[in-house]
Design a protein around this ligand. Structure first.
Ligand code: NAI
Length: 446
């Protein structure tokens, strides 16, 4: 069987690329050894958001008195939460299957291995294609310390399948995954300790925002600048400021990053270049071997589902003769904690490091009518915008506060379009919305 494109891996990088190629009328096959949707749909973004939504409802039910709503007998029913999560996953999975059928894409179940240029083997069958796209994703890292393989030490994958809640949760790694689970558990009143080796959580974000998020999760204990040395049945042992410390935990989440899935897919059969990060690609998603492209987490460029999807689109356009290239500077980031964190573009720290002259404006969400109407009086929130001091072009927007995940794409569009302060001032925002905070922060610039 010969195809225009074979895609290896059906996550948001792979299945979006397959769809786009299918929509162009190309003959496409997609190979997947597990489920359609990849990590994002089956054991990542989507299930974690369903859990976080349930924990938010629970916390709101408990703390609604300020809004004039009081509830009694509030319970968090984990089996129902998990059942709902499974239902959502199945529904979205069948949506992807429908799209594959719609574009006449062959879905091949099994593990694919590249055997030579243009040839992929699945079991005993060899499939041929003019183009191959590798989108095999990444796997959670388990740090090689004593006890990291104990049954109560989980990665996000197992954490999304738990059958009972812990009393004390230790989170190793205060990055995106660690903070989302810390927020979930703290909503439920679980005793949470986050252990982070760097001096601050979510290290790639605006420092101001990271600090505000940390302070707003008031019931979570943070051990910053701490190194985990071993784990036993009851405790996580760390070193901090040269001193040994033990943290009680009956469940441990290991969220210290993810490594690219480069093994067992035949990269060595073709001599496809890799680095420590993953498969090496150019800005058009080409590997060093003609006809072979790679996108998403396996390239280690930016481990985000929406980045992978866009990379998939670029790869498909390029392989079928349309001009495009990948740009990473206007890709938004979100941490779905309560409160949410979202940002796009350069942070103040990055601007400083790059020696860029910038003007910064920061506005608290408390000036925003909709925010005040919908949040309790202690809810944190602000929006920070950065513009180039000379050209007045918008460089970055960083927010913390409710629903900022739903606002940030507007800011991403402004950065992608290289809008200037005066262009943004002409845009009409609906009132009252929390998104107005972006415009108002821009108006604060003189
Ligand atoms: P991460 O790279 O975001 O954070 C890992 C954290 O662990 C870092 O702060 C790091 O300093 C710390 N760390 C590393 N080794 C450590 C050690 N031995 N002891 C203590 N701390 C240690 O990785 P994470 O959270 O596992 O997420 C993996 C990827 O998945 C990220 O690239 C993230 O962007 C992506 N993701 C994105 C989501 C979103 O967009 N909302 C949600 C979940 C994951």
């Amino acid at each position: 069987m010969s195809y225009d494109l074979i895609v290896l891996g059906a996550g948001p990088g792979g299945y979006v690329a397959a769809e786009r190629a299918g929509a162009m009328g190309k003959k496409v096959a997609i190979i997947e050894k597990s489920h359609l949707g990849g990590v994002c749909l089956n054991e990542g973004c989507i299930p974690s958001k369903t859990l976080l939504n349930s924990s938010k409802h629970y916390a709101q039910a408990l703390h609604g008195a300020e809004f004039g709503v009081t509830c009694e007998g509030v319970r968090f029913d984990l089996p129902t939460v998990m059942k709902r999560k499974e239902k959502i996953i199945k529904s979205l999975r069948s949506g992807i299957a429908y799209q594959m059928k719609r574009y006449k894409i062959d879905v091949i179940e099994g593990a694919g291995e590249l055997i030579e240029r243009g040839k992929v083997r699945v079991g005993e069958t060899v499939y041929e294609a003019a183009n191959i796209l590798i989108a095999t994703g990444s796997t959670a890292i388990r740090i090689p310390i004593p006890g990291s393989d104990l049954p109560h030490v989980l990665t996000s994958r197992e954490m999304l399948q738990i059958e009972s809640l812990p009393r004390r949760l230790a989170v190793i790694g205060g990055g995106v995954i660690g903070m989302e689970f810390a927020s979930f558990a703290s909503d439920l009143g679980i005793d949470v300790t986050v252990i982070e080796m760097l001096p601050e959580i979510i290290p790639n974000f605006d420092e101001d925002i990271a600090q505000t998020l940390r302070k707003s999760l008031a019931s979570v204990t943070f051990e910053l600048g701490a190194k985990v040395v071993r784990i036993d049945d009851k405790q996580v042992h760390v070193e901090k400021d040269g001193k040994a410390q033990a943290i009680d935990a009956d469940m441990v989440l290991m969220s210290v990053g993810r490594y690219p899935n480069v093994k067992g897919i035949g990269l060595e059969n073709l001599g496809i270049a890799t680095s420590r990060r993953g498969i090496t690609i150019d800005e058009q998603m080409r590997t060093n071997i003609p006809g072979i492209y790679a996108v998403g987490d396996v390239t280690g460029m930016m481990q985000l589902a929406h980045t992978a999807s866009r990379m998939g689109e670029v790869a498909v356009k390029v392989m079928f003769g349309q001009a495009d290239r990948m740009r990473y500077h206007a890709i938004p980031w979100v941490v779905y904690t309560h409160p949410e964190v979202a940002g796009v573009g350069m942070t103040e720290g990055q601007a400083l490091q790059a020696g860029r002259k910038v003007t910064v404006s920061k506005l608290p969400m408390k000036v925003n009518g909709r925010f005040l109407a919908e949040n309790d009086s202690r809810a944190p929130g602000f929006c920070k915008v950065l513009v180039d001091a000379e050209t007045q072009v918008l460089l970055g927007v960083h927010m913390i506060g409710s629903v900022c995940s739903e606002i940030v794409y507007g800011a991403a569009a402004m950065i992608e379009a290289e809008l200037r302060v005066r262009d943004i001032r002409d845009i009409v925002f609906p009132h009252p919305t929390i998104g107005e905070v972006v415009r108002d922060a821009i108006w604060e610039m003189h």
